[in-house]
Design a protein around this ligand. Structure first.
Ligand code: HEM
Ligand SMILES: CC(C)=CCC/C(C)=C/CC/C(C)=C/COP(=O)(O)OP(=O)(O)O
Length: 316
C-alpha cells in the first residue's frame, strides 16, 4: 500500500496543535539552531545583539519546520510503510496533506518575512534556500535514487551555519563556508550510523541508503573515513583561519578523539547495532559541544583570560 492514510478522526484542539508540531520533526531543530548560534557568536567575536539572535533563531526554526513539513508530505508513502515513521501525522491520518502544505507555506513565508525585515535579505534567502535544497535536492532528487543522498543533500543541514554568519555580518566569508564544511562532513557519520541501525526499514521501502546497498562493513568504513576527515578539519578554525583559540582547540581535540574512537569501534564491529547507536548519539553530542566550544572560546571574557595566561607564561 503506497500513499495511503489511515482515516481521520475527531481530535481536540490540543491534539491538532500537537499533530502540526510533530510534522515539524521538532527534536532535530535545536541542534540546527546551535550551529546557527555558534556561527553568530564567532562572526560577532563573542558579542551579539540579543534581538538579532532571537529573530535569526526564530526565523531558522520556522524555515526548518517548513522544510520538515514539506518532507513529511512528500514522503508520506514511505513513512506509512516504515514502522518508525508510521505514526507521523500524515500517514496516521491526523493531518491532511493539503493542510500540511498550507502550514509549510505559511511557515516559510513567515520565516522569510521576519528575517528579511529584521535581520537581512541574505539571511532570509539562505534560510529559504535551505528549504529548497532539503526538499528538491535531498528529498526529491536523491533520497530514493542515490547512495550519496545524504552526502550531497547534507548541504541543507549545513546551511543554518551560513544563516548565522550572514545574520551578523551581512555577508559570507571563508570562515562561514568553513563552518558549513564542518557540518557538511559531519553529516555522513551522523546519519549513516543511524542508517546502520534502521537499514531494514529503508530496505523495505527501497530507499537506497548506503548500508542497504553497500552493506554494514562498507558503511562503517565510510563513517570512519569521514570522521577521520572532519576531526582534523575542525582545527581549521584555529589554523589557517585564526578565528578560534586554544580553548576551542581543547574542545575540538577531546571531542574529536572520542569521535574517532567511536567510529573505530563501529568499524571493528559493523553488525553491532548498539555500537551504531552509540556512534549516532555521540555524533549529536559532538556537534553540540563543538559549537559550545566555538561560542565559549569567542567570548571576550575567555579571550581576556587567555591573554592573561599567555602573558604570565611568557614572563616566566
Ligand atoms: C541530510 C542530512 C541529514 C539527514 C538525512 C539526517 C537524518 C536524521 C534522521 C533520519 C534522524 C532520526 C529522526 C527520527 O527518528 O525521526 C535524525 C536525528 C537527528 N538529527 Fe539528523 N540528519 C541530517 C542532518 C542533521 C543535521 C545537519 C543536524 C543538526 C546539526 C541533525 C540533527 C539531528 C538530531 C539532533 C537528531 C536526534 C533527534 C532525536 O532526539 O531523536 N541532523 N537525523
Ligand atoms: C536552513 C534550513 C531551513 C535548513 C533545513 C535543514 C534541515 C531541515 C535538515 C534536516 C535534515 C534531516 C534531519 C533529515 C531527515 O532525513 P529524512 O527526512 O530522510 O528522515 P526520515 O527517514 O526520518 O523521514
Amino acid at each position: 500500500m503506497t500513499g495511503t492514510s489511515l482515516s481521520p478522526r475527531n481530535e481536540t484542539f490540543l491534539q491538532v496543535i500537537q499533530s502540526y508540531y510533530q510534522l515539524t520533526k521538532p527534536r532535530i531543530i535545536p541542534l540546527l539552531l546551535i550551529t546557527t548560534a555558534a556561527a553568530m557568536w564567532l562572526a560577532g567575536n563573542g558579542q551579539v545583539d540579543p534581538l538579532n539572535v532571537f529573530i535569526t533563531l526564530l526565523g531558522g526554526t520556522l524555515a526548518a519546520a517548513s522544510a520538515q513539513t514539506l518532507n513529511c508530505i512528500y514522503d508520506k508513502d514511505i513513512d506509512y510503510e516504515m514502522q518508525r515513521t508510521r505514526k507521523r501525522p500524515i500517514p496516521s491520518g491526523r493531518v491532511q496533506p493539503q493542510h500540511a502544505l498550507l502550514f509549510a507555506i505559511a511557515l516559510a513565508v513567515l520565516s522569510f518575512t521576519l528575517m528579511a525585515w529584521f535581520v537581512n535579505v541574505l539571511s532570509a534567502l539562505l534560510a529559504l534556500s535551505g528549504i529548497f535544497v532539503y526538499m528538491l535536492v535531498y528529498t526529491h532528487w536523491l533520497k530514493r535514487h542515490s547512495t550519496q543522498n545524504i552526502v550531497i543533500g547534507g548541504a541543507a543541514g549545513a546551511i543554518p551555519a551560513l544563516v548565522g554568519w550572514s545574520a551578523v555580518t551581512g555577508e559570507l566569508s571563508w570562515t562561514a563556508w568553513f563552518l558549513f564544511a564542518i557540518v557538511f562532513f559531519w553529516t555522513p557519520p551522523h546519519f549513516w550510523a543511524l542508517a546502520m541501525m534502521i537499514c531494514d526499514d529503508y530496505a523495505e521501502v527501497n530507499v537506497p541508503m548506503l548500508p542497504v546497498i553497500k552493506g554494514l562493513k562498507n558503511t562503517a568504513e565510510q563513517v570512519f573515513a569521514y570522521t577521520l576527515f572532519v576531526v582534523p578539519l575542525s582545527f581549521g578554525l584555529i589554523y589557517p583561519l585564526g578565528e578560534s583559540g586554544w580553548i576551542y582547540g581543547i574542545f575540538s581535540a577531546v571531542l574529536g578523539a572520542f569521535f574517532i574512537a567511536k567510529a573505530w569501534d563501529l568499524r571493528q564491529a559493523p553488525e553491532d547495532k548498539m555500537k551504531a547507536r552509540s556512534m549516532f548519539k555521540y555524533s549529536i553530542l559532538y556537534m553540540m559541544l563543538l559549537c559550545t566550544g566555538i561560542v565559549f572560546d569567542s567570548l571576550p571574557f575567555t579571550r581576556q583570560i587567555i591573554a592573561l595566561v599567555t602573558d604570565t607564561i611568557t614572563q616566566i
